[in-house]
Design a binder for this molecule. Structure first.
Ligand code: ZN
Length: 67
């Protein structure tokens, strides 16, 4: 049983690997090497997650969110 429904809908500043409770339940689906967006899917419930990078101030910060 996964914890997707109890997880935040968006994690500002975090990659999937920074969120252990999420990293342990998702599989990587595809990576878009132009935009550096990586799509993940929960192995249990099928919830899709997107990890991407957002320009902010001096650089890019990661953002992981439900899609
Ligand atoms: Zn799930």
């Amino acid at each position: 049983m996964c914890d997707c429904v109890n997880l935040e809908s968006s994690y500002d500043g975090k990659k999937v690997e920074d969120i252990p409770e999420l990293a342990s339940i998702v599989d990587e689906v595809r990576t878009d090497f132009k935009t550096w967006e990586t799509e993940y899917v929960c192995k249990d419930c099928g919830q899709k997650w997107l990890e991407k990078y957002v320009s902010k101030g001096h650089g890019e910060v990661p953002l992981t969110q439900k899609i």
